[in-house]
Design a protein around this ligand. Structure first.
Ligand code: FES
Ligand code: FE
Length: 460
């Protein structure tokens, strides 16, 4: 057992003191165990159903570092297959997406059906003497595949709970905040992909981080990166501040953190009635920054419930799926010091051409390789990750104590949340879950030993 000499992983995440051991961002052995205990076990986001609408459509995705093919078989059913030939391991699919009748391995020609079955073996009669049992040598299939409102997920572990149970109220709320942005969402062609020299957990941690924008993104804000603020009159600018619009919201605006089982969380601004009224007045003037009309639709109201209606922060579906605005991002692990960032962009099917362009413009200019914010963020994460490697640095833990013990948890239906200002509750909740996943040797152990949600009136 790794780390016998260092105690269980939960000793590296001290939720009482709000400190986290730096080695979890640098250590190769810990990283390799993450691939096994987190990524090979969790439900991982694959793609959106609109990316594989017809039989034979496929989309290459990842589970941890392993390439998988998400496809729709002849019966129209979703399949997720490990992209590795059972003969010598070669990739059987090289294209990022497309349509195929089967997957032919380019090494010796074994051929697999859309459902992973081995259907063709060159020399089957002459060289294998018909002794190869093809039914046993299909591509490795995901343990479970499921879709939630068009978002396709897969887990390699058949012992995992079903997707809806895994997501729980918080995971579902996170996806609902994106899914209900249109009657039907369509993924825009192409996924933006880039590599940042950072540990994947820092990129996840940052999505809850509303402490950094005023410093990290000061220059982007000064440059009016979304081309919005400069169009406003003084009166509109005041409304924008009340509405909590980026750049005009200030650091004092109310925040809400929602925390659920298996590490799912949502952290960021809360839409008070004042903020909603200001947004109502600004609608139509400030274009793409006001995009919460969807909350008023009956379907969204029902899906989001009482807590979700006010929640405007960033969701993370544990381990690594972030939804923001009309986008969704994967933080894919590539070693302890590298992370591949993927950005999917969605537009409502019914959107006008103008609205579609506005959404895509925002998507290209905020995050992704050309995004003004991600360039700022990536540089900070890169420097943090480098410093984590230091033997001296590793003697000193990181501080996640902002707001620790200060704010009582409230509950509505099954959801636990904290209403406060900027804080680090969601980050600490994520690292707490990380330690629970890492300590558990199986799904059965994790089901038994995980934090479901903070208790009412507790002060995490
Ligand atoms: Fe695929 Fe040999 S590696 S056929
Ligand atoms: Fe940022």
């Amino acid at each position: 057992m790794l780390y016998e000499n260092r105690g269980p992983f939960r000793t590296m995440v001290d939720v009482e003191k709000g400190v986290v051991d730096r080695s979890i961002f640098a250590d190769q052995d810990i990283y390799e165990l993450e691939l096994e205990r987190i990524f090979a076990r969790a439900w991982n986001f694959m793609c959106h159903e609109s990316q594989i609408p017809k039989a034979g459509d496929f989309f290459l995705s990842f589970i941890g570092e392993e390439s998988v093919i998400a496809t729709r078989d002849k019966k129209g059913e979703l399949q997720v297959l490990l992209n590795s030939c059972r003969h010598r391991g070669n990739a059987v699919c090289r294209a990022e997406s497309g349509n195929a009748r089967s997957f032919l391995c380019t090494y010796h020609g074994w051929t697999y059906g859309l459902d992973g079955q081995l259907i063709g073996v060159p020399g089957y009669k002459d060289f294998y003497h018909e002794q190869l049992d093809k039914s046993q040598w299909g591509l490795v299939k995901a343990g479970k595949v499921a879709s939630y409102k068009g978002f396709v997920f897969a887990t390699m572990d058949p012992e995992a709970p079903d997707l809806e149970e895994y997501l729980g109220e918080v995971g579902r709320m996170g996806l609902d905040l994106l899914a209900h942005k249109g009657e039907a969402l369509v993924a825009v062609d192409g996924v933006q992909k880039n590599l940042i020299g950072c540990n994947w957990k820092l990129a996840v941690d940052n999505l809850f981080d509303w402490y950094h924008p005023q410093i990290s993104h000061a220059s982007a804000n000064m440059a009016d990166f979304r081309r919005q603020q400069s169009r406003l009159t003084d009166e509109e600018r005041e409304l924008a501040a009340k509405a909590g619009i980026a750049g005009g919201g200030g650091a004092q605006r109310p925040h809400r953190v929602v925390m659920g089982a298996y590490g799912h969380a949502i952290g960021g601004p809360r839409l008070t009635q004042e903020a909603r009224d200001a947004r109502q007045q600004l609608r139509g003037k400030i274009g793409g920054l006001i995009n919460d009309e969807f909350r008023e639709t009956p379907a969204a109201k029902e899906a989001l419930g009482e807590v979700g209606a006010d929640t405007a922060g960033h969701p993370n579906i544990f381990p690594n799926l972030w939804m923001t605005n009309h986008q969704l991002s994967l933080r894919l692990p590539r070693g302890p010091g590298q992370c591949e960032i993927w950005w999917f962009t969605f537009v409502p099917k019914e959107a006008t051409e103008e609205r579609r362009e506005e959404i895509i413009h925002g998507a290209n200019h905020v995050f992704g390789p050309a995004g003004m914010l991600e360039q700022d963020d990536g540089e900070n994460w890169d420097q943090s990750t480098r410093a984590m490697r230091g033997v001296v640095a590793q003697r000193y833990p990181l501080n996640f104590a902002m707001g620790l013990g200060q704010h009582a948890v409230q509950q509505a239906s099954d959801t636990s949340y904290i209403d406060t200002l900027i804080n680090e509750h969601a980050q600490l909740w994520t690292y707490r879950a990380w330690a629970e996943w890492m300590d558990a040797e199986s799904w059965a152990a994790l089901k038994e030993n995980h934090s479901v949600r903070p208790a009412a009136d507790s002060r995490p």
